[in-house]
Write a protein that binds this ligand. Structure first.
Ligand code: GLP
Length: 251
């Protein structure tokens, strides 16, 4: 039986609200917490809700530090397709997070290995991630940890899987524009977070979500490592979570 707390809600907007409650709780308990953030379509309702609560004076990001899961290799932070740009335009520009408290991987780093080590060292110096937000890729990837023969622990350079590039090409003009590699926190970095919040939307993720949460723990489905973590909350909409119901005890 999976130990994760699984919450199924009506739709993506409701996921945003429930996830924002968890962020608010973490920030209330520890105003100088380290938040691990994610990109993709899934977290957008959450970011909208965080901005709305900040504007209503309900949330304060002044003491918060943030780190992100991953970044495309070769894209400048200002590039509109970069994850740095995504974070800026979907969250950072609209709340009172201090610039110096934001840690992002630089897609143009000259020395990728050095960039990855600096990233991990900074997270450690800051005291480790309190709450890590993640989505799930169609092939079970978390961050950009693609299915492979082993779980990669550290922040590293990764060649993107062809299906990932195809899937992510919806946000580019064409598939050929999607970078072939990325830097990503390793499964070990994600696993080291004190609390993990996995959000999932869309019926086409229903099968991979079930395999990740209730299938064999294997690096072929990187998200399956979450089964071993002591504090995971999963929030999915009813369609995506449909296949999870058969594993869940009735309330
Ligand atoms: C990218 C990111 C992942 C994200 C995934 C799913 O590949 N590297 O962190 O979880 O996309 O994105 P979406 O939420 O758009 O389905």
């Amino acid at each position: 039986m999976n130990k994760a707390k699984i919450i199924l809600v009506k739709n993506a907007e409701e996921i945003g609200g429930r996830a924002a409650d968890i962020f608010a709780d973490t920030m209330r308990k520890k105003p100088n917490c380290i938040l691990g953030l994610a990109t993709g379509s899934t977290p957008l309702p959450l970011y909208r809700e965080l901005i709305a609560r900040y504007r209503r004076g309900e949330m304060d990001f002044s003491g918060v530090h943030t780190v992100n899961l991953d970044e495309y290799l070769g894209l400048a932070p200002e590039d509109s397709q970069s994850y740095s740009h995504f974070m800026k335009t979907n969250l950072f520009d609209f709340v009172n997070i201090k610039k110096e408290n934001i840690l992002l991987l630089n897609g143009l780093a000259e020395n990728v290995e050095k960039e990855c080590r600096h990233y991990e060292n900074t997270i450690e110096e800051w005291g480790g991630i309190d709450l890590q937000l993640i989505g799930i890729g169609h092939n079970g990837h978390i961050g950009f940890n693609e299915p492979s023969k082993e779980f990669i622990v550290e922040t590293h350079l990764i060649k993107l899987a062809q299906d990932t590039r195809k899937m992510n090409s919806r946000l580019f003009n064409s598939e050929s524009e999607v970078p072939r590699a990325a830097m990503t926190m390793g499964c070990g970095n994600i696993f080291a977070a004190k609390k993990i919040l996995l959000l999932a939307t869309g019926r086409n993720k229903s099968e991979i979500l079930e395999r990740a949460l209730f299938g064999t723990v294997t690096p072929r489905v990187p998200a399956s490592i979450l089964q071993l973590h002591p504090d995971v909350t999963v929030i999915a909409d009813a369609d995506t979570g449909e296949k999870l119901k058969r594993h869940m005890l009735p309330n």
